[in-house]
Design a protein. Structure first.
Length: 137
């Protein structure tokens, strides 16, 4: 695996609200990796959010935009300071434009072991259905 594939992707800008952290990571946000799987009746999104607690996760739907925001609090023992760090810590932000295929009232979210699982049900009109063919006899 190349080094580029293992590097976190940093968001270009932080556009959601004011940031009040005093450390250097205050203006940094990472784009979490996402896997999207389509099933017959819904889409499943698996979003990697290491270090994000359920209480620090914010999911909003504003018109057609699904916004994910997760806050990460660095773990530093009391009376200690890091001498060397290789793992950069910052918040996560990602947005998705939803089409009319999604039933917005039935979206579900679950966070387990740093992975957010979103279920986006398809609207009834967007689901695949079989069309019966009648004979002309």
């Amino acid at each position: 695996m190349s080094e580029q594939a293992m590097t976190k992707r940093e968001a270009e800008t932080v556009s959601q609200g004011e940031v009040t952290r005093s450390d250097r990571a205050a203006n940094r946000a990472f784009l979490p990796d996402v896997d999207i799987i389509e099933k017959e009746k819904e889409f499943h999104l698996y979003v990697d959010l290491p270090g994000v607690a359920e209480s620090d996760l914010d999911i909003t739907l504003d018109r057609n935009v699904l916004n994910l925001s997760g806050k990460v609090t660095p773990v530093i023992p009391e009376n200690a300071r890091p001498l060397w760090t290789e793992y950069r810590v910052a918040d996560f932000r990602r947005s998705f434009n939803l089409s009319d295929e999604i039933d917005r009232d039935r979206i579900q979210a679950k966070l387990v072991n740093g992975v957010l699982h979103l279920i986006l049900p398809k609207a009834a009109a967007a689901q695949i259905r079989k069309i019966a063919v009648e004979s002309a006899d």
